[in-house]
Each structure stands twice: as C-alpha cells, then as structure tokens.
Unconditional design. Structure first.
Ligand SMILES: Cc1cc2nc3c(=O)[nH]c(=O)nc-3n(C[C@H](O)[C@H](O)[C@H](O)COP(=O)(O)OP(=O)(O)OC[C@H]3O[C@@H](n4cnc5c(N)ncnc54)[C@H](O)[C@@H]3O)c2cc1C
Length: 414
C-alpha cells in the first residue's frame, strides 16, 4: 500500500530505509505480524511497473544468495518472482593466480540443485517493493526522508520530510536500516567498531566469448580476490558479475581506465577460462571496512542490516546474515503478546538469539581476509565457500568450520 500523504501519525513498527534489508524485513513483518501496521520510509522513489529498481541499495551489483536465504525469500512470497532473474550456481571454481590447477565444488557434490543463486540487486529491489505495495498492513512512504528520530515514553518520534513538508510519526518500534554510514545510529550516540581493510571492491558486469556453464569463479591474486558470478538464465550465459578487490590506492586507476585497458588487465589477472573478455558495463566501487555497531537494540530501537554490521564482501554474507537477523527479529516480535513491540526485554531476546550467528559470520568473514595470504588449496576452497556466502552441507561446512572458526548458527526459521 502506497501512501502519498501521511494519514495516520502512529504506526506499530516503522522501518527507516527501504534498501535490501529494510524492504526484506518489511515483507517478513507483513507476513508474520498480520494484525500490526508497519510503515517503511525510503528516500528513493518506487520502481516503475515491470522495470528493475535502481537506487544505491539496488544498484548494478548482484548478490549470491544462499539456500537458507532462498527459503526465507520463498516464505515471504518473493522468491517465485526472483527465481525468474536468478542464475543457479552449478559449480564454484577456485584458483590462485601463479599456481597451476584449481578446485571445483559442484552442486551434486553438496547434494543441492544449485550451490547458490545469483540475483541482480535491481531485481531484488523490484520484487521486494512490488510485493510490499500489495500488502494491506504496510504503508510505504517514498520518496521520504527521516530527518530526526527521538525516544519518547512508550516509543519513538520520527520527523519525516516528504514533498517539501515535514510530518511527525510516532511508533512503538523504530527499525534503523539506513545503511553503513547510518546518520540515525550516529544521532543516537551509538558507537561503532571499525576495521579499515584499505581495500576497495570494484564491480561491473562483464561479457566473454565462452559459456560460463553456471560456474562461479573465484581467483586469488596478490592484489586481492576476484569473483565472477554467473549471470543469464541458463548455463550458456556469457556474462558474469565481477567483484574485484583492489588495494584502495589503486582503485581509482582501475575505475577510470578505458574499457579496453580494463578488459586487458582483467584478462591478465583472470586468465582465459572464459575465453576473451569482450565487454564491460558500468563500473562502481565500494571502500571496504568492517563496521560493527556497539549496540543494536535500545528500548523502542533496533538497528539492522549494514547499519548494524557492514562486512567485507569476501564473505558475501552481508545480506544473507541480515536476512537471518530479520527472521529472528520477526519471530521474537511475533511472540510479543501483551508486551510493547519496543520492549527492551523483547529486543534483547532477539539479540541473544542472533549473537552466535553474527559473531560467527562476522568473525569468519574477517578471518577469510587473513586467509588470502596463504597458498594452500584447502584454504582456497574455504575462502571460496565464504566468498559466495553459500550454505553448504556437512562435509564442506565441516571443512569450513575446521579451517576457520568453529560452528556458525544457521537455519533461522520464521
Ligand atoms: C561489492 C559488494 C558485494 C556484495 N555481495 C554480497 C553477496 O554476494 N551476498 C550477500 O549476502 N551480501 C553481499 N553484499 C552485502 C549486501 O550488499 C548488504 O548486506 C546490503 O546491501 C545491506 O543493505 P541495507 O539495506 O542494510 O543498506 P543499504 O543498502 O545501504 O540501504 C539503506 C537504505 O536506506 C535509505 N535511507 C538512508 N537514510 C535514510 C533516511 N534518513 N530516510 C529514509 N531512507 C533512508 C537509503 O536510500 C537506502 O535505500 C555485498 C556488498 C558489497 C559492497
């Protein structure tokens, strides 16, 4: 349901930020808390019918979605649409530049139809927001910007500017999902722990002249890892989403190169497994840091997504982890009974239920960045599994666990 004016000035839950995580959380809450009113406030406009959505969260990137996340997206009713734009990963090829050979992880080996799926962010945005527009317990305020958030007795008060006017909204629970920089988190005086990797991820879609056959490639180079995630709806696609990690001081040079020079350098770094690289799309860059909010909940406040934890994409787990957080929050709120949805005890139950998963996933992605410097192939395989954020079955998971940091909690259910 889209609201061009703010009719009511109170809503049970208000989500600030309709990016990947805010929009996914809104969809989960709409399904789990059918008797509650949820408002989603997003600074960018809604997508036009039938078109992918392009805004900073739903940009030219593509996301590797793990099987557990597919289950969650299926549960909220958007996977059917997303599947039309999802490329199954049939196998993962891992190699180290300067070393012969490589290792292959296939979907048969892990007993799944696909090791994971690659979905363009723009279609994730389109599917989620189109779905939200159909929900009767969701009010979408877009384009609208939250200017201020403050705590009041029994909730929070939010100042929203829309169409040049500022209105005030009260809510039992305000969810802050406004991205890694999160001005609203800062406004509440919540500190962050920051570890600057001094690396930048350069992304672009690239074309080549051999079919990828559903293979995701991960190649470790002395400058950082490079991933090519298959795109196109069948195994014969000749396009992949490139994530190329560079030391930050080199990133501008690579970003500003001519297409020919970029493709030449990529060819030199990746080799010829996909034949010749022939075309590169729009390039974008993301400086990489580990950012972790020191507090994720306060009375009437929950901080989610990148605002809560921003991970190195070496682990490709940012969205997958955030979806599990969202599922966990939903399941706790569902059991609120007579309690206010902003009850600190309730929100602490959510944090308790996700602490293990968050620590394991964040720690794991951090450890992976350290593993880049090692040469052994088992480590390389472990790195690849982590990079794609894939949820694999026992042997691979066991290897992951052994090689890195022990068991991670998985399989959050709504
Ligand atoms: C290169 C790269 C590759 C990645 N690959 C993967 C992957 O393969 N798998 C995976 O699981 N994860 C991946 N990730 C992580 C994933 O992209 C993030 O987890 C996800 O984008 C987080 O979304 P978010 O909604 O929390 O934040 P954001 O995407 O930053 O969205 C924040 C939203 O809030 C809105 N907003 C901000 N302030 C306000 C305000 N005051 N009022 C209203 N609206 C506001 C913004 O407009 C925006 O829409 C990758 C990340 C990068 C950088």
């Amino acid at each position: 349901m889209t609201d061009s004016n703010i009719h009511t000035n109170h809503t049970d839950i208000t989500i600030i930020g309709g990016g990947m995580v805010g929009a996914a959380l809104a969809a989960m809450l709409a399904k789990s808390l059918t008797d509650r009113q949820i408002t989603l406030i997003e600074a960018f406009p809604l997508p036009k019918a039938g078109k992918p959505l392009f805004q900073p969260s739903f940009d030219d990137r593509s996301t590797a979605i793990a099987s557990g996340s597919v289950d969650l997206l299926e549960h909220i009713g958007v996977w059917k649409t997303l599947a039309e734009h999802a490329t199954p990963i049939r196998q993962v090829h891992v190699s180290d530049r300067g070393h012969f050979g490589g290792s292959l992880i296939t979907s048969e080996e892990v007993n799944l139809d696909a090791v994971g799926y690659v979905v363009p962010n723009a279609w994730i945005g389109r599917a989620l927001l189109a779905h939200l527009q159909e929900q009767t317990n969701i009010t979408l305020l877009t384009p609208a910007k939250v200017e201020k958030l403050q705590l009041i007795p029994n909730g929070a008060e939010i100042s929203v500017s829309k169409d040049g006017e500022t209105s005030t909204l009260t809510t039992e629970l305000a969810v802050i999902a406004d991205g890694a920089d999160s001005p609203l988190r800062k406004g509440l005086g919540i500190d962050t722990q920051v570890d600057d990797y001094k690396q930048t991820a350069i992304i672009a879609n690239v074309r080549f002249d051999k079919p990828h056959q559903g293979t995701a490639y991960e190649r470790f180079t002395d400058e950082g890892p490079m991933a090519l995630l298959p795109l196109g709806l069948n195994d014969h696609g000749q396009e992949s989403a490139l994530v190329w990690t560079q030391p930050s001081h080199q990133a501008d040079e690579i970003l500003n190169m001519s297409d020919d020079a970029f493709l030449k350098q990529l060819q030199e770094r990746f080799g010829h497994r996909l034949g010749n690289f022939v075309q590169v799309g729009r390039r974008d860059s993301y400086p990489l840091q580990l950012i972790h909010a020191c507090e994720q909940v306060r009375t009437s406040i929950a901080i989610m997504g990148n605002a809560a934890h921003f991970l190195h994409p070496v682990a490709g787990q940012g969205f997958n982890l955030a979806l599990r957080d969202c599922a966990s929050l939903c399941s706790v709120l569902k059991q609120a009974g007579d309690k206010s949805l902003g009850s600190l005890a309730l929100l602490q139950d959510y944090i308790k239920s996700q602490t293990g998963d968050q620590q394991a996933t964040i720690g794991f992605s951090h450890v992976l960045t350290k593993l880049f410097s090692t040469d052994s192939l088992p480590s390389a395989a472990v790195r690849a599994l982590g990079f794609l954020g894939l949820e694999l079955v026992a042997p691979a998971k066991h290897l992951l666990a052994q090689q890195t940091m022990g068991k991670a909690t998985r399989g959050v259910k709504l």
